[in-house]
Design a protein around this ligand. Structure first.
Ligand SMILES: *Cc1c(COP(=O)(O)O)cnc(C)c1O
Length: 395
């Protein structure tokens, strides 16, 4: 290895390790279900995004296997050469129906979606107003577009209004867009979409909502935009197919013209091989399931409310989440990490989240209940929480 690279890697890795910031990745032995096995030990799993338990659903598994039998394991090409299979067409029609839009386009991941869609529409003559807590893939997608990026204080509608006014009245930009997560993943709060739409209409902003944590969870399963009945008012509805949907991939839903443009102008669509047949069919099956019944959605919310009430009754500070995402706010960073470690010792897998991911002094353990958990599992988790909470003087 050349010396310059060697020095770079060694010094950066050592710095992380010296500061206790080097992340050792846990290997899950088997499925990422309500319980997981790591290093031969079983844990109640409160860390997955598998909200509806669909990652291990028997119907989805069968759909994937059948599609592998009929179409193989790979799509064989990028979408624009001959990697668009009938399965992709069926998926995109189903996604448009699910989101209540004219059309939809599927990508290989939610991350890819933000890389693809923002820079296909925005360029250096434009400005993007972006909520300061937006996901990393939105931040990277904005940078790739070369548009002027204007950070907006988190869910602060007055700040949005002022900055939108300033950007539009400056006359410097051809187009101005506002981008927000639908559901924010660290606190579980929901974007104020009705006010956002009002401001967007006043100033002529393009609206872009990444609902990765909202689909399957909000709006009876159809997402945060549907929750507020704003399908006709939001220009870009983005999401992932890897969280509640349970598989992998991402999508944009919008007007036919928007999707037609993304199919000719978005680079991950043009230059990266499409979703594999098994995944594609499993996703379609998953979305159809969500449209047919709210059973899993209802179970998720029932479990989420049960866990929240249980933790609150024990005296924990669970923040102000409006979704199943359940943070237990600990405060000091080290203490949050110790708390998470002790939970693991006792058989609960829930990760500490600390500065810089969340503000200093608001270190927390984040819990993700799912439809797949049983009340017994949640009761056991709450009891373990109580034990550690007392041990660390938190309750
Ligand atoms: C998780 C997430 C993504 C990434 O989705 P993947 O399909 O896992 O790549 C994008 N945006 C937001 C807001 C997310 O929470």
């Amino acid at each position: 290895m050349v010396q310059t690279l060697n020095t770079f890697l060694e010094s950066n890795l050592n710095e992380l390790k010296d500061n206790g910031l080097y992340n050792e990745i846990d290997i899950v032995e088997g499925a990422n279900g309500a319980e997981i096995t790591i290093g031969g030990k079983q844990y109640i799993n409160l860390s997955s995004n598998n909200y509806l338990g669909l990652a291990t659903n028997e119907d989805l598994k069968k759909a994937a296997k059948d599609a592998i039998d009929s179409h193989g394991v790979g799509a064989g090409a990028v979408r624009t050469i001959n990697g668009t299979l009938d399965l992709h067409k069926e998926l995109e029609e189903t996604l448009a129906q699910f989101k209540g839009t004219e059309s939809a386009i599927a990508y290989q991941s939610g991350f890819n979606c933000n890389m693809a869609a923002i820079s296909a529409v925005m360029n250096k003559h434009d400005a993007i107003l972006s909520d300061e807590l937006n996901h990393a893939s939105i931040i990277d997608g904005c940078r790739l577009s070369k548009a002027k990026i204007i950070r907006v204080n988190h869910s602060d509608m007055e700040d949005l209004r002022n900055k939108a006014k300033e950007a539009v009245e400056s006359g410097q930009y051809n187009k101005v867009m506002y981008i927000t997560d639908g559901v924010f993943s660290m606190d579980g709060d929901v974007a104020k979409l009705p006010e956002i739409v009002e401001i967007a209409e006043e100033f002529g902003l393009i609206t872009y909502v990444d609902d990765a944590h909202g689909s399957g969870v909000m709006g009876k399963g159809a997402g945060t935009v549907k929750h507020f009945g704003l399908q006709d008012k939001i220009d870009f509805q983005i999401g992932t197919l890897s969280k509640a949907i349970g598989v992998v991939g991402g999508y944009v839903a919008g007007t036919k013209d928007l999707i037609d443009w993304l199919k000719v102008a978005s680079r991950p669509f043009l230059f990266s091989t499409s979703l594999a047949p098994g995944d594609t069919k499993a996703i379609t099956e998953s979305v159809k399931k969500l449209m047919a019944s709210t059973e899993l959605h209802d179970k998720l919310w029932d479990n989420a409310n049960y866990l929240k009430e249980g933790l609150k009754a024990k005296g924990f500070d669970i923040g102000h989440s409006e979704t199943p995402i359940t943070p237990v706010i600990i405060g000091e960073e080290k203490k949050a990490q110790t708390f998470s470690k002790r939970l693991m010792d006792e058989g609960v897998y829930a990760k500490a989240i600390v500065f810089p991911t969340v503000p200093r002094g608001t270190g927390r353990v984040r819990n993700m209940p799912t439809a797949a958990h049983t009340k017994e599992q949640l009761d056991k988790a709450i009891d373990i929480y109580e034990k550690i909470g007392k041990e660390l003087g938190l309750i």
